[in-house]
Design a protein around this ligand. Structure first.
Ligand code: ADP
Ligand code: MG
Length: 327
């Protein structure tokens, strides 16, 4: 089973950035409104994520680190409407199998906080009492210390951190109500307060995408019978290498999807006669039974059950928004 964990880890955890993605999704699943991230040496030395979510019960601590023990999917029907991020129950065991991992947590249902230490082995000792406010800290040290083949493929500290920071930014854009801090080698890189108003949300977008984007973009807000689209789309004057500024979220989950890319680009061309791919940060809310979450571990892909409905809605919403710009 230990080997299986390590193999699974290869699928889920390619580099520090993939580990942080899983940890952040878990924190959000747990209802955290504040997430503090401490990174050392690009995440290879240390990734520590502290949240104020529901926490983990003492008895569930070792389960959380065991493969498939926690899968929330009980049936195929569940699969159809998985709203939360976590459903495979293998991220933590995978990370634990390739690092020195410690979990400290206080469940909202208990008075005492508990810590569990791993050392890349399959077995865990009994939890020991520790001090922690309600919530969870996952401390991942020496990622890949026992997988030299993987370690060899890591890039420089700077590059690994850049990937990791990208992930944090993507996640921070998906949850405006949650505060995020990110420190690298003791230095604060991001400090994003919980954003509860549109103005605060715009400030967060400016911090993540740069002020030029907020200044040179237009607000999108369309509510249909079954679908809602909100966010911002960059104006033709906003010129930055655009490929890295296309964020599309379906029910708070970032996705890449051809239907989406096509609809956005088509609306942009038809209204502004502008051939390039625009920059955008867009959020689609859709009945979860109308999307298939792809089974791939990184869950970047969705499939819309009625893709022409989605395409049409996106196209019309953006067409209308952009048409307001025309003299
Ligand atoms: P999954 O998220 O797919 O269930 P993970 O391996 O990512 O699997 O996490 C295992 C389990 O550990 C989760 O289902 C959850 O019960 C618990 N867990 C992990 N991280 C946290 C956290 N930050 N707060 C509360 N519970 C957590
Ligand atoms: Mg998870």
């Amino acid at each position: 089973p230990h080997l299986i964990n390590q193999i699974a880890a290869g699928e889920v955890v390619e580099r520090p950035a993939s580990a942080i993605k899983e940890l952040l999704e878990n924190s959000l699943d747990a209802g955290a409104t504040q997430i503090d991230i401490d990174i050392e040496q690009g995440g290879v030395k240390r990734i520590r994520v502290r949240d104020n979510g529901r926490g983990i019960n003492k008895e569930e601590l070792s389960l959380a680190l065991s493969r498939h023990a926690t899968s929330k999917i009980a049936s195929l029907d569940d699969l159809e409407s998985v709203l939360s991020f976590g459903f495979r129950g293998e991220a933590l065991p995978s990370i634990a199998s390739i690092s020195r991992l410690a979990v400290s947590s206080k469940s909202q249902d208990e008075d005492q906080a508990w810590q569990l230490q791993g050392n890349g082995q399959e077995e865990f000792d009994e939890p020991t009492p520790c001090s922690h406010a309600t919530g969870t800290t996952i401390d991942v040290r020496d990622l890949f210390f026992n997988v030299p083949a993987r370690r060899k493929f890591l890039k420089t500290e700077k590059t690994e951190f850049r990937h990791l920071e990208d992930v944090v930014k993507k996640v921070a854009l998906s949850r405006f109500e949650t505060g995020f801090t990110l420190r690298h080698n003791q230095k604060t890189v991001l400090n994003l307060r919980p954003a509860t108003t549109l103005k605060m949300a715009e400030r967060r977008v400016a911090e993540i995408c740069g002020p030029a984007f907020t200044e040179q973009s237009i607000r999108v807000e369309h509510e249909g019978a079954e679908l809602t689209l909100t966010g911002w789309i960059g104006l033709p004057t906003f010129s930055r290498s655009q490929a890295d500024l296309q964020y599309f979220y379906v029910n708070h989950r970032i996705v890449r999807d051809r239907v989406v890319t096509h609809a956005v680009r088509q609306a942009y061309q038809d209204v502004l006669y502008h051939g390039r791919h625009p920059a955008y940060v867009l959020f689609l809310e859709i009945d979860p039974t109308k999307v298939d979450v792809n089974a791939h571990p990184t869950k970047h892909e969705v499939r819309f059950r009625e893709s022409s409905l989605v395409h049409g809605f996106l196209y019309r919403s953006l067409h209308r928004t952009l048409a307001e710009l025309r003299p």
